[in-house]
Structure formats: C-alpha cells, structure tokens
Design a protein around this ligand. Structure first.
Ligand SMILES: C[S@@+](CC[C@H](N)C(=O)[O-])C[C@H]1O[C@@H](n2cnc3c(N)ncnc32)[C@H](O)[C@@H]1O
Length: 216
C-alpha cells in the first residue's frame, strides 16, 4: 500500500517533469498489467522464453511479468528515464518476488531506439506513450518492435481509449497531421498482425491493449 502510494508520487513527479515521455498521470492498474501479460501467461511454461519490457516506469507491468517468469527465461527492461531505472534497480535488490527474478533480468537505461541486443524476443511488452511522439519517431519505434520480435513472437502494447479519434476531430494543422500519420502507422500494423484487443476500463485513463504477432 505504502509502495503503491510512493510509486504514484514518483510517477506524477516524472509526469510533471517529462510529460512527453512519461505520457500518463498515474502508473497502470493491475487490470491493465494482466491484459498486457495474458499471452505470456498462456505460453507453454516448459519452453524458455526471452521477454522485453519497454517503458516499465515504476513497474506495475514488470511486477506481473516477473511472476510469470521461470529460472530458464531471460528478461530485459529498457527504460529511458533514470529515476524510473534507479527505482526498478532498487526493487530488484529489495523486494522478495523481484529478487527471485534478479539473476535473469537486466535493466538498460537507454531509449529503445538505441537498444541493440544480439537476439530477438518471444514477447515484447511496451508501455510507450506513442501518441505523444512525432510521427517519424512512432514509425521508427514500431519498426523497432518488429525487428526485436522473433518470427511468431508477440507484441503487446496499450493506448489510452479514443485519444487519437478525439484528437483527430478537435485538432488542426500540423497536430492533426501528426495524429493522422500515427493512426495510419499503427492501424497498418494492426490490420496485418493483430491477434487480439482488450478493453481495460479499470485504469486511469481506460485503455485498449493491442496484441500483435510477428509473421512466422
Ligand atoms: C505511459 S508510461 C508507462 C509506465 C508503465 N509501463 C506503466 O504502465 O505504468 C511510459 C514509460 O515509457 C518510458 N519511455 C518513454 N519513451 C521511451 C523510450 N524512447 N525508450 C524507453 N522508454 C521510454 C517513460 O520513461 C515511461 O516510463
């Protein structure tokens, strides 16, 4: 309870300091975290997997991921913000459940666009606030998602409900153009690769979770 409150405060501070990359006023709910990890939860537990979380923030989705990992799995976390990266590092050292996953987990404090691992992932789980970024950054991040996935691997990401449809209607000029371009980029990926979409109402704000599968 006390940890949840302190995470909320840390998150809100970062939202005020770095609105564009933090992208939300509060960490995701447990409902959103469970939706983001539902394919990881449904996998064959006897086969080791590599999991990548992008933009873990204060770790609500991380918390769910590590409960689903086995000792033969590998888990990488890519977080741009040093305050969040430090908080996560401390949690891997101190929190009982997280400590059990510490040996198979690694935090990389860099932007995802600069992350160059020498392997691909079975699961990429992303909390990036794509709607806040320039369209060319969204295009490069979306391409990065698929470059990081092995054939048949699954990408799960969330977006806040109706943000793009509403912004498309109420904005003008360059901002409208940016939103339309982001919509086109993400809808194109969804139309080719989507295997599921969840509505998560119990979250601030409510969100859609998109699940996409890279072609085998
Ligand atoms: C909307 S928050 C989501 C945080 C957390 N996953 C959650 O659900 O509460 C977005 C997170 O993405 C991180 N982020 C933004 N741009 C990034 C980038 N280019 N590379 C890596 N992390 C990034 C932010 O620092 C922040 O932690």
């Amino acid at each position: 309870m006390r940890r949840a409150l302190s995470d909320q405060i840390t998150f809100f501070r970062q939202f005020r300091k770095r609105f564009e990359t933090t992208g939300a006023i509060a960490p995701s709910s447990g409902f959103l975290a469970r939706s983001m990890t539902r394919f990881l939860a449904a996998r064959d537990m006897s086969i080791p997997v590599r999991v990548l979380e992008i933009g873990p923030g204060t770790g609500p989705v991380t918390d769910q991921i590590i409960r689903l990992l086995r000792p033969s799995d590998r888990f990488d976390l890519v977080e741009l913000n040093e305050s969040f990266a430090t908080l996560l590092q401390k949690r891997f050292a101190s929190h009982e459940t997280w400590r059990q996953a510490a040996d198979i987990s690694q935090i990389h404090q860099i932007p995802i666009q600069e992350f160059q691992p020498d392997h691909q992932y079975d699961f990429v789980i992303s909390g990036l606030p794509l709607n806040n970024f320039p369209a060319e950054v969204v295009k490069s991040i979306a391409d990065t998602y698929f470059a990081l996935l092995r054939p048949g691997g699954i990408l799960s990401y969330f977006e806040y409900m109706y943000v793009r449809p509403i912004r498309r209607r109420i904005t003008r000029g360059a901002e409208k153009e940016r939103i339309i371009l982001i919509d086109d980029i993400m809808n194109d990926h969804c139309s080719r690769c989507r295997i599921g979409r969840d509505n998560v109402w119990i979250n601030v704000p409510p969100a859609w979770v998109q699940h996409l599968q890279a072609k085998s």
